[in-house]
Design a protein around this ligand. Structure first.
Ligand code: GLY
Ligand code: MN
Ligand code: MN
Length: 444
Protein backbone atom coordinates (compact mmCIF):
# COMPACT_ATOMS: atom_id res chain seq x y z
CA UNK A 1 0.00 0.00 0.00
CA UNK A 2 1.31 3.43 -0.90
CA UNK A 3 1.28 5.74 2.06
CA UNK A 4 -0.37 9.12 2.38
CA UNK A 5 2.35 11.75 2.32
CA UNK A 6 1.18 14.93 4.07
CA UNK A 7 4.15 16.96 2.80
CA UNK A 8 3.21 16.31 -0.83
CA UNK A 9 -0.15 18.02 -0.23
CA UNK A 10 1.37 20.86 1.81
CA UNK A 11 3.77 21.50 -1.07
CA UNK A 12 0.89 21.61 -3.60
CA UNK A 13 -0.93 24.19 -1.46
CA UNK A 14 2.27 26.21 -1.16
CA UNK A 15 2.69 26.14 -4.94
CA UNK A 16 -0.87 27.27 -5.49
CA UNK A 17 -0.41 30.14 -3.01
CA UNK A 18 2.75 31.24 -4.80
CA UNK A 19 1.03 31.20 -8.22
CA UNK A 20 -1.96 33.28 -7.08
CA UNK A 21 -1.79 37.07 -7.41
CA UNK A 22 -0.82 38.70 -4.11
CA UNK A 23 -3.48 39.34 -1.48
CA UNK A 24 -5.76 36.61 -2.84
CA UNK A 25 -8.01 34.02 -1.28
CA UNK A 26 -8.85 30.66 -2.86
CA UNK A 27 -11.87 28.55 -1.93
CA UNK A 28 -12.15 24.85 -2.83
CA UNK A 29 -15.20 22.89 -1.61
CA UNK A 30 -15.21 19.12 -1.22
CA UNK A 31 -17.74 16.90 -2.99
CA UNK A 32 -21.03 16.16 -1.25
CA UNK A 33 -22.96 12.91 -1.01
CA UNK A 34 -25.39 12.33 -3.90
CA UNK A 35 -28.76 10.68 -3.38
CA UNK A 36 -29.14 7.36 -5.19
CA UNK A 37 -32.69 6.64 -4.11
CA UNK A 38 -34.82 8.09 -1.33
CA UNK A 39 -32.57 7.98 1.73
CA UNK A 40 -29.61 6.07 0.28
CA UNK A 41 -26.59 7.62 -1.38
CA UNK A 42 -24.09 6.77 -4.07
CA UNK A 43 -20.73 5.66 -2.80
CA UNK A 44 -18.79 8.85 -2.00
CA UNK A 45 -16.10 10.08 -4.36
CA UNK A 46 -14.03 13.10 -3.35
CA UNK A 47 -13.82 16.12 -5.65
CA UNK A 48 -10.58 15.89 -7.65
CA UNK A 49 -9.40 19.46 -6.99
CA UNK A 50 -10.13 19.18 -3.29
CA UNK A 51 -8.38 15.83 -3.12
CA UNK A 52 -5.40 17.20 -5.04
CA UNK A 53 -4.92 19.99 -2.51
CA UNK A 54 -5.51 18.21 0.77
CA UNK A 55 -6.19 14.49 0.49
CA UNK A 56 -8.96 14.91 3.07
CA UNK A 57 -11.45 12.10 2.34
CA UNK A 58 -14.78 13.37 3.72
CA UNK A 59 -17.77 15.20 2.22
CA UNK A 60 -19.01 18.59 3.49
CA UNK A 61 -15.64 20.25 3.87
CA UNK A 62 -14.13 23.48 2.49
CA UNK A 63 -10.50 24.39 1.95
CA UNK A 64 -9.64 28.10 2.14
CA UNK A 65 -6.18 29.44 1.30
CA UNK A 66 -4.91 32.99 1.61
CA UNK A 67 -1.63 34.62 0.62
CA UNK A 68 -2.43 37.97 2.20
CA UNK A 69 0.62 39.78 3.63
CA UNK A 70 -0.81 39.15 7.09
CA UNK A 71 0.28 35.50 6.87
CA UNK A 72 3.97 35.20 6.02
CA UNK A 73 3.90 31.67 4.67
CA UNK A 74 0.26 31.65 3.60
CA UNK A 75 -2.80 30.52 5.50
CA UNK A 76 -4.47 27.19 5.03
CA UNK A 77 -7.86 26.65 6.68
CA UNK A 78 -10.08 23.60 6.58
CA UNK A 79 -13.74 23.46 7.54
CA UNK A 80 -14.96 19.92 8.17
CA UNK A 81 -17.73 18.03 9.91
CA UNK A 82 -17.41 18.07 13.68
CA UNK A 83 -17.20 14.94 15.81
CA UNK A 84 -20.63 13.72 16.87
CA UNK A 85 -20.84 10.19 18.34
CA UNK A 86 -24.59 9.85 17.83
CA UNK A 87 -24.41 10.82 14.13
CA UNK A 88 -21.23 8.81 13.60
CA UNK A 89 -22.92 5.70 14.97
CA UNK A 90 -25.38 5.87 12.06
CA UNK A 91 -23.42 7.50 9.27
CA UNK A 92 -19.81 6.53 9.85
CA UNK A 93 -16.72 7.88 11.56
CA UNK A 94 -15.60 11.46 11.08
CA UNK A 95 -12.01 12.63 11.35
CA UNK A 96 -12.99 15.84 13.13
CA UNK A 97 -11.16 19.19 13.29
CA UNK A 98 -8.56 18.30 15.93
CA UNK A 99 -7.18 15.21 14.16
CA UNK A 100 -7.59 16.80 10.70
CA UNK A 101 -5.29 19.68 11.65
CA UNK A 102 -2.48 17.35 12.72
CA UNK A 103 -2.88 14.61 10.14
CA UNK A 104 -3.28 16.81 7.08
CA UNK A 105 -1.11 19.78 8.02
CA UNK A 106 -3.66 22.62 8.03
CA UNK A 107 -2.99 25.84 9.97
CA UNK A 108 -6.51 26.03 11.39
CA UNK A 109 -9.49 23.70 11.23
CA UNK A 110 -13.03 24.80 12.04
CA UNK A 111 -16.30 22.95 12.31
CA UNK A 112 -18.28 23.30 9.04
CA UNK A 113 -21.18 24.56 11.16
CA UNK A 114 -19.16 27.77 11.66
CA UNK A 115 -18.63 28.40 7.97
CA UNK A 116 -21.18 31.16 7.37
CA UNK A 117 -20.01 33.11 10.36
CA UNK A 118 -16.29 32.84 9.52
CA UNK A 119 -16.46 33.07 5.72
CA UNK A 120 -17.25 36.76 5.93
CA UNK A 121 -14.14 37.64 7.94
CA UNK A 122 -11.91 35.28 5.92
CA UNK A 123 -12.85 36.83 2.56
CA UNK A 124 -12.85 40.45 3.78
CA UNK A 125 -9.97 42.61 2.51
CA UNK A 126 -8.60 40.33 -0.23
CA UNK A 127 -8.20 41.74 -3.74
CA UNK A 128 -8.98 38.54 -5.68
CA UNK A 129 -11.07 35.49 -4.94
CA UNK A 130 -10.06 32.28 -6.76
CA UNK A 131 -12.86 29.77 -7.27
CA UNK A 132 -13.90 27.20 -9.90
CA UNK A 133 -16.91 29.06 -11.29
CA UNK A 134 -20.08 27.02 -12.01
CA UNK A 135 -18.47 23.85 -10.64
CA UNK A 136 -20.09 23.93 -7.18
CA UNK A 137 -23.44 25.79 -7.46
CA UNK A 138 -24.42 25.56 -3.78
CA UNK A 139 -21.07 26.73 -2.46
CA UNK A 140 -20.96 29.43 -5.11
CA UNK A 141 -24.27 30.81 -3.89
CA UNK A 142 -22.94 31.02 -0.34
CA UNK A 143 -19.82 32.81 -1.54
CA UNK A 144 -21.79 35.28 -3.69
CA UNK A 145 -24.09 36.02 -0.73
CA UNK A 146 -21.06 36.70 1.38
CA UNK A 147 -19.60 39.04 -1.27
CA UNK A 148 -22.91 40.90 -1.46
CA UNK A 149 -22.86 41.37 2.30
CA UNK A 150 -19.28 42.63 2.23
CA UNK A 151 -20.12 45.10 -0.53
CA UNK A 152 -23.08 46.40 1.41
CA UNK A 153 -21.01 47.26 4.48
CA UNK A 154 -18.23 49.62 3.31
CA UNK A 155 -18.71 51.91 6.29
CA UNK A 156 -17.41 49.15 8.54
CA UNK A 157 -14.32 49.27 6.26
CA UNK A 158 -15.26 45.90 4.86
CA UNK A 159 -14.05 45.17 1.35
CA UNK A 160 -15.11 42.45 -1.06
CA UNK A 161 -12.51 41.15 -3.55
CA UNK A 162 -12.75 43.21 -6.73
CA UNK A 163 -12.32 40.21 -9.01
CA UNK A 164 -13.30 36.58 -9.17
CA UNK A 165 -10.60 34.49 -10.84
CA UNK A 166 -11.03 30.92 -12.12
CA UNK A 167 -8.81 28.78 -9.89
CA UNK A 168 -8.69 26.06 -12.56
CA UNK A 169 -6.32 28.14 -14.67
CA UNK A 170 -3.61 27.47 -12.08
CA UNK A 171 -4.78 24.10 -10.76
CA UNK A 172 -5.26 22.39 -14.14
CA UNK A 173 -1.73 23.30 -15.15
CA UNK A 174 -0.36 21.97 -11.85
CA UNK A 175 -2.34 18.73 -12.17
CA UNK A 176 -1.13 18.12 -15.72
CA UNK A 177 2.44 17.53 -14.53
CA UNK A 178 2.59 14.53 -12.22
CA UNK A 179 5.06 14.41 -9.33
CA UNK A 180 7.06 11.28 -8.48
CA UNK A 181 4.51 10.58 -5.74
CA UNK A 182 1.66 10.71 -8.25
CA UNK A 183 3.51 8.65 -10.85
CA UNK A 184 4.14 5.91 -8.29
CA UNK A 185 0.43 5.69 -7.54
CA UNK A 186 -0.45 5.71 -11.24
CA UNK A 187 2.11 2.97 -11.95
CA UNK A 188 0.46 0.82 -9.31
CA UNK A 189 -3.07 1.61 -10.59
CA UNK A 190 -1.89 0.57 -14.06
CA UNK A 191 -0.35 -2.69 -12.76
CA UNK A 192 -3.50 -3.65 -10.87
CA UNK A 193 -5.67 -2.87 -13.88
CA UNK A 194 -3.38 -4.85 -16.20
CA UNK A 195 -3.65 -7.90 -13.95
CA UNK A 196 -7.42 -7.54 -13.82
CA UNK A 197 -7.54 -7.54 -17.64
CA UNK A 198 -5.51 -10.76 -17.70
CA UNK A 199 -7.98 -12.38 -15.28
CA UNK A 200 -10.90 -11.29 -17.44
CA UNK A 201 -9.27 -12.72 -20.57
CA UNK A 202 -8.67 -16.00 -18.77
CA UNK A 203 -12.28 -16.11 -17.60
CA UNK A 204 -13.71 -15.45 -21.05
CA UNK A 205 -15.73 -18.30 -22.52
CA UNK A 206 -18.82 -18.62 -24.74
CA UNK A 207 -21.93 -18.77 -22.57
CA UNK A 208 -20.56 -16.46 -19.89
CA UNK A 209 -21.89 -12.92 -19.65
CA UNK A 210 -20.35 -9.51 -20.19
CA UNK A 211 -21.26 -8.50 -16.62
CA UNK A 212 -19.44 -11.57 -15.31
CA UNK A 213 -16.22 -10.35 -16.94
CA UNK A 214 -16.93 -6.96 -15.35
CA UNK A 215 -17.23 -8.72 -11.98
CA UNK A 216 -13.90 -10.50 -12.51
CA UNK A 217 -12.23 -7.15 -13.21
CA UNK A 218 -13.73 -5.42 -10.18
CA UNK A 219 -12.93 -8.39 -7.97
CA UNK A 220 -9.28 -8.23 -8.96
CA UNK A 221 -9.18 -4.45 -8.43
CA UNK A 222 -10.47 -4.94 -4.89
CA UNK A 223 -8.24 -7.92 -4.11
CA UNK A 224 -5.24 -5.76 -4.98
CA UNK A 225 -6.32 -2.77 -2.91
CA UNK A 226 -8.31 -0.62 -5.34
CA UNK A 227 -11.88 -0.37 -4.08
CA UNK A 228 -13.44 1.20 -7.16
CA UNK A 229 -13.18 1.33 -10.92
CA UNK A 230 -12.12 4.76 -12.20
CA UNK A 231 -15.10 4.91 -14.60
CA UNK A 232 -17.93 2.68 -15.75
CA UNK A 233 -16.42 -0.53 -17.04
CA UNK A 234 -17.11 -1.39 -20.67
CA UNK A 235 -17.38 -5.06 -21.67
CA UNK A 236 -18.77 -5.27 -25.19
CA UNK A 237 -18.98 -8.48 -27.15
CA UNK A 238 -19.37 -8.56 -30.95
CA UNK A 239 -21.38 -5.60 -32.23
CA UNK A 240 -21.68 -4.14 -28.70
CA UNK A 241 -18.01 -3.18 -28.98
CA UNK A 242 -19.01 -0.69 -31.69
CA UNK A 243 -20.95 1.37 -29.12
CA UNK A 244 -18.13 3.49 -27.75
CA UNK A 245 -19.57 3.97 -24.26
CA UNK A 246 -21.40 0.64 -23.97
CA UNK A 247 -21.81 0.01 -20.23
CA UNK A 248 -24.91 -2.23 -20.11
CA UNK A 249 -22.61 -5.26 -20.10
CA UNK A 250 -25.66 -7.51 -20.16
CA UNK A 251 -25.15 -9.85 -23.14
CA UNK A 252 -23.92 -13.39 -23.38
CA UNK A 253 -20.47 -13.94 -24.89
CA UNK A 254 -20.69 -15.75 -28.22
CA UNK A 255 -18.08 -18.04 -29.72
CA UNK A 256 -16.47 -16.43 -32.76
CA UNK A 257 -16.94 -12.86 -31.50
CA UNK A 258 -14.36 -10.46 -30.18
CA UNK A 259 -14.90 -8.86 -26.79
CA UNK A 260 -13.70 -5.35 -26.04
CA UNK A 261 -12.94 -4.44 -22.42
CA UNK A 262 -12.23 -0.86 -21.39
CA UNK A 263 -11.59 -0.82 -17.65
CA UNK A 264 -9.25 0.67 -15.09
CA UNK A 265 -9.17 0.95 -11.34
CA UNK A 266 -9.02 4.08 -9.24
CA UNK A 267 -6.22 4.07 -6.68
CA UNK A 268 -5.91 6.88 -4.14
CA UNK A 269 -7.97 9.00 -6.52
CA UNK A 270 -5.89 8.23 -9.65
CA UNK A 271 -7.24 6.45 -12.72
CA UNK A 272 -5.85 3.78 -14.98
CA UNK A 273 -7.56 3.45 -18.38
CA UNK A 274 -6.85 0.26 -20.33
CA UNK A 275 -8.62 -1.29 -23.32
CA UNK A 276 -7.98 -4.74 -24.69
CA UNK A 277 -9.82 -6.71 -27.34
CA UNK A 278 -9.63 -10.49 -27.64
CA UNK A 279 -11.56 -13.44 -29.10
CA UNK A 280 -14.18 -14.87 -26.74
CA UNK A 281 -12.98 -18.38 -27.29
CA UNK A 282 -9.28 -17.72 -27.73
CA UNK A 283 -8.55 -17.61 -31.49
CA UNK A 284 -8.86 -14.67 -33.91
CA UNK A 285 -10.66 -15.21 -37.25
CA UNK A 286 -8.89 -13.98 -40.41
CA UNK A 287 -10.88 -10.72 -40.51
CA UNK A 288 -10.51 -10.06 -36.80
CA UNK A 289 -6.78 -10.69 -37.09
CA UNK A 290 -6.35 -8.24 -40.00
CA UNK A 291 -8.21 -5.45 -38.25
CA UNK A 292 -6.63 -6.11 -34.87
CA UNK A 293 -3.11 -6.01 -36.31
CA UNK A 294 -3.96 -2.74 -38.03
CA UNK A 295 -5.09 -1.12 -34.75
CA UNK A 296 -2.00 -2.45 -33.00
CA UNK A 297 0.30 -1.10 -35.74
CA UNK A 298 -1.43 2.29 -35.46
CA UNK A 299 -0.95 2.28 -31.70
CA UNK A 300 2.76 1.42 -32.00
CA UNK A 301 3.25 4.19 -34.57
CA UNK A 302 1.61 6.63 -32.13
CA UNK A 303 3.89 5.47 -29.29
CA UNK A 304 6.87 6.55 -31.42
CA UNK A 305 5.51 10.12 -31.30
CA UNK A 306 5.38 10.30 -27.51
CA UNK A 307 8.43 12.22 -26.35
CA UNK A 308 9.20 15.74 -25.14
CA UNK A 309 8.39 18.51 -27.65
CA UNK A 310 6.25 16.19 -29.79
CA UNK A 311 2.45 16.58 -29.60
CA UNK A 312 -0.76 14.61 -29.29
CA UNK A 313 -1.88 16.02 -32.66
CA UNK A 314 1.14 14.38 -34.23
CA UNK A 315 0.19 11.04 -32.66
CA UNK A 316 -3.38 11.53 -33.90
CA UNK A 317 -2.21 12.27 -37.47
CA UNK A 318 0.02 9.21 -37.49
CA UNK A 319 -2.82 6.96 -36.30
CA UNK A 320 -5.19 8.33 -38.94
CA UNK A 321 -2.59 7.71 -41.63
CA UNK A 322 -1.86 4.11 -40.57
CA UNK A 323 -5.55 3.25 -40.17
CA UNK A 324 -6.59 4.88 -43.45
CA UNK A 325 -3.81 3.12 -45.36
CA UNK A 326 -4.74 -0.22 -43.78
CA UNK A 327 -8.47 0.16 -44.44
CA UNK A 328 -7.70 0.93 -48.10
CA UNK A 329 -5.52 -2.16 -48.38
CA UNK A 330 -8.33 -4.28 -46.92
CA UNK A 331 -10.84 -2.78 -49.36
CA UNK A 332 -12.89 -1.15 -46.60
CA UNK A 333 -12.19 2.31 -48.04
CA UNK A 334 -11.74 3.27 -51.67
CA UNK A 335 -9.62 5.96 -53.31
CA UNK A 336 -6.29 7.46 -52.27
CA UNK A 337 -4.87 7.87 -48.77
CA UNK A 338 -4.74 11.66 -49.22
CA UNK A 339 -8.37 12.09 -50.29
CA UNK A 340 -9.65 9.74 -47.58
CA UNK A 341 -7.78 11.72 -44.95
CA UNK A 342 -8.85 15.06 -46.42
CA UNK A 343 -12.54 14.05 -46.39
CA UNK A 344 -12.18 12.17 -43.09
CA UNK A 345 -13.67 8.97 -44.56
CA UNK A 346 -11.82 7.00 -41.87
CA UNK A 347 -14.32 8.47 -39.39
CA UNK A 348 -16.86 5.87 -40.52
CA UNK A 349 -14.68 3.32 -38.69
CA UNK A 350 -12.50 5.37 -36.30
CA UNK A 351 -14.51 8.21 -34.87
CA UNK A 352 -12.86 9.19 -31.56
CA UNK A 353 -9.68 10.95 -30.53
CA UNK A 354 -6.55 8.92 -30.00
CA UNK A 355 -5.52 10.32 -26.65
CA UNK A 356 -6.40 12.25 -23.51
CA UNK A 357 -4.62 13.30 -20.35
CA UNK A 358 -4.93 10.87 -17.46
CA UNK A 359 -4.76 11.55 -13.72
CA UNK A 360 -7.24 12.12 -10.92
CA UNK A 361 -9.93 12.23 -13.59
CA UNK A 362 -9.92 9.62 -16.32
CA UNK A 363 -10.28 12.42 -18.87
CA UNK A 364 -7.95 14.59 -16.88
CA UNK A 365 -7.66 18.36 -16.81
CA UNK A 366 -5.09 20.38 -18.74
CA UNK A 367 -5.15 22.38 -21.94
CA UNK A 368 -4.44 20.55 -25.18
CA UNK A 369 -3.58 23.76 -27.04
CA UNK A 370 -1.69 26.86 -26.03
CA UNK A 371 -2.61 30.05 -27.91
CA UNK A 372 -4.31 27.88 -30.51
CA UNK A 373 -1.17 25.81 -31.12
CA UNK A 374 -0.48 22.15 -30.29
CA UNK A 375 0.88 21.89 -26.79
CA UNK A 376 4.40 20.37 -26.74
CA UNK A 377 4.62 17.20 -24.67
CA UNK A 378 6.83 17.43 -21.60
CA UNK A 379 8.09 15.09 -18.86
CA UNK A 380 5.52 14.36 -16.16
CA UNK A 381 2.48 14.32 -18.43
CA UNK A 382 0.47 11.08 -18.39
CA UNK A 383 -1.77 10.23 -21.33
CA UNK A 384 -3.53 7.41 -23.12
CA UNK A 385 -2.98 6.13 -26.64
CA UNK A 386 -6.15 4.40 -27.79
CA UNK A 387 -6.77 3.86 -31.50
CA UNK A 388 -9.71 1.72 -32.57
CA UNK A 389 -11.69 0.37 -35.51
CA UNK A 390 -15.43 -0.21 -35.24
CA UNK A 391 -17.45 -1.90 -37.97
CA UNK A 392 -21.08 -1.99 -36.87
CA UNK A 393 -23.57 -4.74 -37.84
CA UNK A 394 -25.13 -2.46 -40.50
CA UNK A 395 -21.94 -0.95 -41.93
CA UNK A 396 -21.95 -0.75 -45.77
CA UNK A 397 -19.14 -3.28 -46.18
CA UNK A 398 -18.92 -7.00 -46.93
CA UNK A 399 -20.72 -9.03 -44.26
CA UNK A 400 -17.59 -10.81 -43.04
CA UNK A 401 -16.22 -7.54 -41.61
CA UNK A 402 -19.34 -6.58 -39.67
CA UNK A 403 -19.85 -6.69 -35.92
CA UNK A 404 -16.19 -6.17 -35.07
CA UNK A 405 -15.14 -3.46 -32.63
CA UNK A 406 -11.51 -3.15 -31.55
CA UNK A 407 -9.73 -0.69 -29.25
CA UNK A 408 -6.27 -1.06 -27.76
CA UNK A 409 -5.50 1.48 -25.05
CA UNK A 410 -2.40 1.99 -22.94
CA UNK A 411 -1.23 4.62 -20.46
CA UNK A 412 2.06 6.44 -21.07
CA UNK A 413 4.18 8.74 -18.95
CA UNK A 414 6.25 11.28 -20.88
CA UNK A 415 9.85 11.13 -19.63
CA UNK A 416 12.98 13.15 -20.44
CA UNK A 417 14.14 10.32 -22.74
CA UNK A 418 10.80 9.63 -24.43
CA UNK A 419 8.10 7.72 -22.60
CA UNK A 420 7.37 4.89 -20.20
CA UNK A 421 4.40 2.61 -20.87
CA UNK A 422 2.68 2.10 -17.52
CA UNK A 423 0.40 -0.69 -18.74
CA UNK A 424 2.89 -3.20 -20.14
CA UNK A 425 1.56 -5.88 -17.79
CA UNK A 426 -1.30 -6.96 -20.04
CA UNK A 427 -0.51 -8.64 -23.38
CA UNK A 428 -1.68 -7.27 -26.69
CA UNK A 429 0.25 -9.14 -29.41
CA UNK A 430 -2.03 -11.62 -31.18
CA UNK A 431 0.18 -14.63 -30.36
CA UNK A 432 0.46 -13.58 -26.70
CA UNK A 433 -3.31 -13.25 -26.32
CA UNK A 434 -3.99 -16.57 -28.06
CA UNK A 435 -1.34 -18.32 -25.95
CA UNK A 436 -2.71 -16.86 -22.69
CA UNK A 437 -6.25 -17.93 -23.53
CA UNK A 438 -5.24 -21.37 -24.78
CA UNK A 439 -3.49 -22.01 -21.49
CA UNK A 440 -6.50 -20.95 -19.42
CA UNK A 441 -8.84 -23.04 -21.62
CA UNK A 442 -6.64 -26.08 -20.93
CA UNK A 443 -6.71 -25.38 -17.21
CA UNK A 444 -10.46 -24.88 -16.94
N1 GLY B 1 -12.47 4.78 -20.77
C1 GLY B 1 -12.73 6.03 -21.35
C2 GLY B 1 -11.75 6.33 -22.37
O1 GLY B 1 -11.06 5.47 -22.84
O2 GLY B 1 -11.56 7.45 -22.74
MN1 MN C 1 -9.19 6.57 -22.53
MN1 MN D 1 -10.65 3.69 -21.85
Amino acid sequence: MLNFNKNEFIERRRQLLSKMQSNSICIVPSATLLTRSRDTEFSFRQDSYFHYLCGFPEPDAWLILSNSAEYRSGLCVLFCQGKDPSVEMWQGRRIGPRVAKRQFGFDIVFDIEDLDERLFELIDGHDQLYFALHEYPESEERILDCLAQLRSAPKQSQRAPASLVDSRVILDEMRLFKSTYEVNIMRRAAEISAQAHIKAMQFSQAGRFEYQLEAVLHHEFAMQGAKHPAYSTIVGCGDNACILHYTENSDELKAGDLVLIDAGCELQGYAADISRTFPVSGAFSAEQRELYQLVLDAQKAAFDCIEPNSSLSKANRVVIEVITTGLLELGLLQGSVAENIEHQHYKAFFMHGVSHWLGLDVHDVGNYKIDGRDRPLAPGMVLTIEPGIYIAHDAPVAKRWRGIGIRIEDNLLVTAEGHEVLTLGVPKEIEQIEALMKQSNLES
